[in-house]
Design a protein around this ligand. Structure first.
Ligand SMILES: [Zn+2]
Length: 504
């Protein structure tokens, strides 16, 4: 009679429960794994055999067949080593199978029987709870990332013998680990930046509403310094956001310290990065930088140095906040809800608009900025010019505000938005669509008159108009006002000024 063990795998960031069926029969000794197993599952045969023998158990000299069901699903990774080994030990009566169906088992075995860290453990634990199987057996190194899953008992082990002992005596308590959310452990602080008050204000607006932003100005003016400090003023991830971010890092094996991530990600890919590195894909459909930046910041320094074709692929994910990757063997969808921050020089020599002389012709400047297509520019809510400081500003002794103080205000503005959108599937003003704008961007009479004037004077596109309303909504939230006032609109319009003082 065949025996069943609950195992699991994942696709994208979603866990999937797999049934490992073990059958043993008389006949010539053989060991087969069926169910569309890829090469790594086949290699698992050798690891399972050695691990069982080296842990002091007997490997049966019979005909063993393992079926991984459902069969039509592509299964990758070495997650099935442990459930297969447990299955073989159970069917040969070397282990008690009492209540084995109440556990999901996942783990990679090394030849000596020890358990190695797996990818996607958090997704597996979350899926287990969803399926009502609330006990999960995993390698010790994966315990911390799963420790925060509600209603789930995690049983971490170092090696095969420990798992066998556990089933014999049930003497282990579920793993407990109190995660301490890191609060502002970032070493970078806005208080280290002298001056640049207008850019700091623009950044605070962007952070408050989750808006995409471009910082432009001459080289050395501090654009990168400013951008790198943005995570220090963003609110910490909430529980659900932290789970999402950790799942992404877990499935691609990028989880540092093996613990849940509570800090908003800040990704800073180099301009030579390939399209796959940026959006994800490749043979294994792994997540790219845009997904690693999920719920955080994607910073493209010197954005014009990126290939135009690479920048263009950002358009769809910026709009949809998810990316669908496909190849012959299947599709995966990864979340990628990030704040895009770009930096660029205003022209080839870098000095245009600054206090130094620009030596570029108008044609050169236009060609240089042409790399940013209009559809991409349309997805940017704020532009901020970062000038080099003059002597008076540099020698000012005035202390700059610290990130902690700015973060408090950002959090306040974000809380207003969370409350506003509690019945809509969005979290912040930047995510508003037309219907939200209609519903939530209420203007005073005076504001109505002003925005009409601005619309006609600058011949705004509808998109630019919506962007101004969204940013105005954020500024009004920062002021704690329900209705959008003229000052909010005027400030928001300032942030549409790109190179040449042109309103885009
Ligand atoms: Zn120039």
């Amino acid at each position: 009679m065949a025996l069943q063990i609950n195992a699991a795998t994942f696709t994208g960031i979603n866990g999937i429960i797999i049934n490992v069926e073990v059958d043993i029969s008389k006949g010539l000794p053989s060991f087969n794994i069926v169910g569309l197993a890829d090469t790594s599952v086949k290699e698992s045969k050798e690891r399972v055999r050695s691990a069982i023998i080296n842990s002091g158990f007997k490997f049966p000299v019979n005909r063993i067949t393992i079926n991984l069901a459902p069969a039509d699903l592509k299964k990758e990774g070495a997650l099935f080593d442990l459930p297969i080994a447990i299955g073989i030990l159970a069917i040969t009566n070397q282990i008690s199978i009492d209540s084995i169906d109440k556990y999901i088992i996942a783990g990679e075995l090394s030849l000596n029987g020890s358990l190695k860290k797996i990818k996607g453990a958090l997704s597996i634990a979350l899926k287990s709870v969803e399926e009502g199987i609330n006990n999960v057996i995993i390698p010790t190194e994966n315990a911390k990332e799963c420790s925060m899953v509600k209603n789930c008992s995690i049983f971490p082990f170092d090696n095969l013998s420990q798992v066998v002992n556990y089933f014999q005596y049930k003497d282990s308590m579920p793993f407990k680990y109190e995660e301490i959310a890191e609060v502002h452990k970032s070493l970078l602080d806005f208080k280290d930046i002298i001056g640049q008050e207008s850019s700091k204000r623009a950044i605070e607006v962007a952070a408050s509403g989750g808006h995409n932003m471009i910082l432009f100005g001459p080289p050395g003016s501090g654009k990168t310094m400013l951008a790198k400090r943005i995570p220090s003023i963003l609110p910490p991830l909430n529980y659900d956001e932290a789970l999402e971010v950790t799942q992404i890092y877990s499935v691609c094996g990028k989880l540092e310290n093996n613990t849940l991530i509570f800090k908003r990600p800040f990704r800073n890919p180099h301009h030579t990065s390939s399209q796959i590195a940026l959006v994800g894909g490749g043979a294994k459909l792994i997540p790219g930088e845009i997904s690693l930046a999920h719920n955080g910041v994607l910073f493209l320094d010197e954005i014009l140095e990126f290939k135009k074709s690479t920048l263009e692929v950002l358009r769809q994910p910026l709009e949809d906040r998810v990316i669908k990757l496909s190849k012959a063997t299947g599709n995966v969808t990864y979340p990628c809800n990030f704040m895009l921050i770009g930096s660029l020089n205003p022209c080839l020599c870098g000095n245009y608009g600054s206090n130094k002389e620009c030596v570029c012709t108008e044609y050169e400047r236009k060609r240089y900025l042409g790399k940013l297509s209009n559809p991409l520019l349309d997805r940017i809510d704020l532009f901020s010019f970062v000038n080099t400081l003059n002597y008076e500003e540099l020698s000012m002794k005035k202390k700059s505000e610290s990130s902690i103080d700015i973060a408090k205000r950002v959090l306040q503005a974000r809380e207003i938005q969370l409350d506003r959108f509690k019945n809509d599937a969005i979290h912040c003003n930047a995510q508003m669509e037309e219907r939200h704008i209609k519903k939530f961007c209420e203007l005073t009479n005076e504001s109505n008159r002003i925005i009409k004037n601005i619309f006609n004077k600058f011949q705004l596109s509808t998109r630019a108009y919506s962007r101004i309303l969204k940013v105005s909504r954020t500024i009004a939230d920062m002021h704690g006002n329900n209705k959008i006032n003229p000052v909010d609109i005027i400030e928001a319009t300032q942030y549409r000024k790109f190179v040449d003082e042109k309103i885009v």
